[in-house]
Design a protein around this ligand. Structure first.
Ligand code: NAD
Length: 282
């Protein structure tokens, strides 16, 4: 039997990567975005990535052609009918996600499974606006999606075991290792990683040199990248938003964002993307 169709909503950084790995795994993909420019951009990125794989001898030209045949883009999800899964990857705003899930519930076939790629919003809350909360689940991919081997699977309070099993199988089919994460802020990776980076920033605020904090964690804890370097790479605004989400979600002072992090974000020093964070980039 042919692999089913998957709709990906949002053709940004994550939606593009998700669409690509799903296409490469042999599924039909409908990529949806309100922005025609984003769709064009996304299509261009996917095709050039696949062509680079041909140049490296990793896949052949025929496979690229079959991916192109299985790939369709749409400006609105009202045009997507008969899909087995929907993967939502629109910006991390609860009200926007709820509005989209409500609309999806009205127009997409009743047996479709709805997946959110949220980084930390509650799956139960998102599911609550649909008439199929047992068919709503979280699947948290990591950037860059084609390179990162992990997905976190998050059940909401009403998500069925049947849906969980289907999504776990989907993870295997697209070559990702799935771990189960509780439906609490930060899930697993961000819950552990981001407070660690925040603590490293406290060390800098208290006088440690960023280079020393990074060397300490690379040589003393075998981390491939130091936490301060990682902070600049991820973006200080993204880190601050995640810390704020943990702090508000758990109401526990151990998640308070470091004042130095707040200070740098307020000053527009966001890391690599602005050319300056803890380090300076050319
Ligand atoms: P992004 O801003 O790059 O892309 C979002 C896309 O959604 C844009 O192309 C936008 O045009 C589109 N969009 C907005 N409203 C829409 C609508 N109503 N219908 C269809 N498309 C719409 O964002 P991103 O970084 O790809 O993040 C998407 C989600 O993935 C967020 O929930 C984020 O928290 C999560 N996430 C991000 C990362 C990361 O490293 N960036 C990692 C894991 C998870």
């Amino acid at each position: 039997m042919e692999n089913p169709r998957i709709a990906v909503i949002g053709a940004g950084l994550m939606g593009t990567g998700i669409a690509q790995v799903i296409l490469e795994a042999g599924f039909h993909v409908s990529l949806v975005d309100v922005s025609a420019d984003q769709l064009e951009n996304s299509k261009g990125k996917i095709y050039s990535f696949l062509n680079r794989k041909v140049e490296k001898g990793e896949i052949d030209k025929e496979y690229v052609n079959s991916c192109i045949e299985r790939f369709t883009t749409f400006n609105s999800f009202e045009s997507v009918t008969d899909t087995e899964f929907v993967i939502e990857a629109v910006p991390e705003r609860l009200e926007l996600k709820k509005q989209i899930f409500k609309k999806l519930d009205e127009v997409i076939n009743q047996n479709a499974i709805f997946i959110s790629n949220t980084s930390g919003l509650s799956i139960s809350d998102i599911a609550s606006v649909t008439n199929r909360p047992e068919q709503v689940i979280g699947m948290h991919f990591f950037f860059p999606v084609p390179k990162m081997g992990l997905v976190e699977i998050i059940k909401g309070v009403l998500t069925s075991d049947f849906v969980y099993d289907k999504v776990k199988k989907l993870s295997e089919q697209i070559g990702k290792n799935a771990v189960d994460a509780p439906n609490y802020p930060g899930f697993l990776v961000n819950r552990v990683l981001v407070p660690m980076i925040n603590e490293a920033i406290y060390c800098v605020m208290e006088g440690a040199k960023p280079e020393d904090v990074d060397a300490a964690m690379k040589l003393g804890a075998n981390h491939p990248m130091g936490p301060i370097q990682l902070a600049d790479f991820v973006g200080l605004d993204t880190l601050l938003a995640t810390m704020q989400g943990l702090y508000e979600g758990f109401r526990d002072s151990k998640y308070r964002p470091c004042p130095l992090l707040i200070n740098l974000v307020e000053g527009g020093q966001l890391g690599r993307k602005t050319g300056r964070g803890f380090y300076t980039y050319k």
